[in-house]
Design a protein around this ligand. Structure first.
Ligand code: IVH
Length: 697
């Protein structure tokens, strides 16, 4: 995409624009700003290796906006400012694809692939076929049209013949260029196919946020991506952090006088061409091989690292590489004969829904939990599945006794995809939602416009216990040896009444209990002891303030020197913090206006808990700025998530894989292939955990 020289020049240009020594005329300045912003987008969204800080980027972006506002004639359709949309999309009109978007034939094992290869060889008369193998992205399929180098239309797959026109939303996806130099290949019009994804990290963030709002989680990244493409407010779409891989050229026309260049005579060359034009194509993930055995090997190799990828894939796609051969093989009405999907092991299973239990959460929310006949899915036995709220039960028309389809994708919690009404025998029973709290028996309430029933008795035993369970949980104070069952046990025995009580536990009494030998008491004692020094954001998250998830907890921790400073924050000050809206601000304000809560925090501090923020911390923010990190193996002293948070806090960036863009690989115990790979790249520095700790402190 960019030569070394071009990159150096753009970096220089960026510096001079930031310093205000910009080119002479407004037209030159606008052009320079656009070039630098595009280059920065490419480094950030495609290369995963930013060149500008957020602040620098914002400075250039607003300079361009200002300039274009003052000189409207300078606005170009592919200016980065033109991604921003105004108003809501009223309608996504139906449009016809230039070429029908066919599906793929599926294969599930080596034998299926061997069979398919045999047919392909028979058809082509070749003894060995060249294949291109690439990941099968598990997202929402899209089609893009570029005409005279400009993105002119984006559409969903729809029924394959017609889809919804979603161009405004597609323009929000920053890894999709608004213009690309197809004319340098003689291409006049081109239709591309690809997949829109939400990566696993972003997906988790979205769901954490939804959890704090008592919304049912988005089922999986695929549904989240396809739902996001149809959001009517493009600014909301922009916030979803969508990414796109472009993996197929389905149609193109050449400029009158141009012959097809070599770059578009094979599929792998097309992927390279797209990569070089600034698209995210699977050019780095693809492999071109001869013969089916090499295909099988690569598929198995990729399947083994499926969980390490930052996004979900559900298989591999094998394509005949040569376009002339593809044409010869043709297609059925359903799929091309020149391609096949190799599907990874299913993460779905069917089971019987035996019962629904109703659990009371720490905020009083009543959650129905399905009890199913335990089934193994993707290596884990699933027996309990949250159904979130009454609406989910009604929408999925679930009944006790139903056969249900259960999915557990990657890191995603298991969920019921659907019931199977065809398999009913008439003995199924309706699920009856309780009207009183199953624990304290107070009547339940459902606030207007919400779908969650609540027990509003804050002294309800279930809520008190759940608040403590949340406080000690892994992402909060992480007091593992206390855990859910011990919290329940100690509460029932009267040894533990509330959160501060964790720090005044009577270990002599615990030592008398069955199952608590001296070793487990010492372990418990030291885990509780260690938690006093947890980072402030963990404590804030552990308090279980409504709508405050892990991300908001970090924002709040970074906004103060001491937790009790938050008691002085006005709602306006809270609203000024990143990603804090009125609902969150109101809830935080309410928590810190409550005398009982403040008293509890004072008690916690008196008990030796850390209420100070480490924002000015051990080393100044930004000391790792511009540096990239990756962790591998098991760390002994730090938790992986804390170590990663430290990198980000100090301005560093995390990468998901080993590449020449990586500066530091931090190696814990039992490090595997990442370490081997890093050793081969001599610009990567390999650090032990201690060396990393020294570096940040
Ligand atoms: S090629 C005409 N390549 O999988 C061939 N499809 O289950 C078009 N998909 O509808 C498809 N990753 O939405 C192709 N690397 C990839 C893909 C891919 C994901 C999707 C695509 C297709 C579906 C079939």
């Amino acid at each position: 995409m960019y030569t070394k020289e071009a990159e150096i020049n753009l970096a220089r240009l960026g510096k001079s624009l930031l310093a205000g020594t910009s080119p002479q005329s407004p037209a030159e300045a606008a052009d320079a700003l656009r070039q630098v912003i595009r280059y920065s987008d490419w480094r950030y969204y495609i290369q995963d290796d930013p060149v500008l800080s957020d602040q620098e980027y914002d400075q250039l972006f607003s300079a361009l906006k200002k300039l274009e506002a003052a000189h409207i004639e300078l606005v170009t359709p592919d200016s980065p400012t033109q991604r921003v949309a105004q108003g809501l999309t009223k309608l996504f009109p139906t449009v016809q694809h230039l070429v029908p978007m066919l599906s793929l034939e599926n294969s599930y094992d080596a034998d299926d692939l061997i069979d398919w290869d045999r047919k392909a060889r028979e058809q082509t008369g070749l003894t060995d076929i060249e294949y291109c193998i690439e990941p099968k992205f598990d997202g929402a399929s899209i089609s893009l049209i570029y005409e005279n180098d400009l993105l002119s239309r984006g559409a969903t797959r729809g029924d394959g013949v017609q889809g919804d026109e979603i161009t405004v939303n597609i323009r929000q996806i920053r890894s999709i260029p608004l213009s690309a130099n197809f004319s340098s290949f003689g291409i006049q019009q081109i239709e591309l196919r690809g997949e829109v994804l939400i990566n696993k990290k972003t997906f988790k963030k979205l769901n954490d946020q939804r959890a704090t709002e008592n919304l049912p989680p988005l089922a999986n990244p695929r549904n989240a991506a396809s739902g996001s493409l149809r959001i009517v407010d493009p600014n909301e779409v922009a916030k979803r952090g969508l990414e796109a891989f472009l993996y197929n050229m389905s149609y193109h026309t050449m400029q009158d006088d141009k012959a097809e260049p070599a770059a578009i005579q094979t599929h792998s060359n097309t992927l390279d061409m797209l990569w070089n034009l600034g698209f995210r194509s699977p050019a780095k993930e693809m492999k071109v091989v001869k013969g089916i055995q090499a295909v099988i090997d690569y598929c198995l190799q990729f399947e083994a690292k499926r969980d390490d990828l930052p996004y979900e894939i559900d298989g591999m796609v094998i394509k005949v590489n040569d376009y002339a051969l593809q044409d010869k093989m043709g297609m059925t009405t359903h799929h091309p004969r020149w391609a096949i999907a190799y599907k990874f092991k299913a993460r779905q299973a069917t089971s019987k829904l035996r019962n629904v239990e109703f659990q009371v959460g720490r905020t009083g929310s009543i959650t129905p939990v399905a009890k199913i006949d335990p089934v193994p899915i993707g290596g884990v036995v699933v027996g309990s599945i949250s159904l979130f709220n009454e609406d989910v039960i009604r929408e999925k028309d679930l009944r006790i006794g139903d056969t249900v389809l259960v999915e557990r994708a990657g890191d995603v919690i298991p969920y019921i995809v659907k019931s199977m009404p065809d398999l009913r025998d008439g003995k199924e029973k309706d699920i009856v939602f309780p009207t009183v709290c199953p624990v304290c028996h107070d009547p339940l309430f459902k606030p207007e416009g919400e779908s969650v029933w609540r027990c509003v008795n804050i002294n309800c035993e279930a809520q008190v216990v759940e608040r403590m369970i949340h406080f000690v949980s892994k992402d909060a104070m992480d007091i593992r040896s206390l855990g859910e069952s011990n919290v329940r046990k100690f509460y029932t025995l009267g040894l533990l009444k509330d959160v501060p009580g964790i720090y005044t536990l009577d270990f002599n009494a615990i030592g008398q209990l069955e199952g608590f030998g001296p070793k487990s008491v010492t372990n418990l004692q030291s885990a509780i002891e260690a938690s006093r020094g947890q980072l402030l954001h963990r404590l804030i998250f552990g308090l279980g303030i409504r709508y405050v998830g892990e991300t908001t907890a970090k924002t709040l921790a970074n906004a103060v020197d001491h937790l009790l400073d938050l008691a002085q924050f006005s709602e306006e000050q809270l609203l000024a913090l990143e990603d804090i809206g009125p609902k969150v601000a109101g809830s935080v304000k309410q928590f810190f206006s409550n005398a009982d809560n403040l008293h509890m925090l004072e008690r916690l501090e008196a008990l030796g808990l850390n209420l100070r923020s480490n924002r000015g911390g051990l080393s100044a923010e930004g000391t790792l700025s511009g540096q990239t990190f990756l962790f591998t193996g098991t760390l002994n002293k730090l938790k992986r998530s804390d170590a990663e948070a430290m990198v980000e806090q100090h301005g560093g960036k995390l990468l998901s894989g080993v590449s020449s863009k990586l500066n530091y690989l931090v190696v814990g115990e039992d490090a595997g292939s990442k370490l081997e790979k890093a050793k081969k790249i001599n610009t990567i520095r390999i650090l032990t955990e201690d060396e990393f700790i020294n570096m940040v402190s």
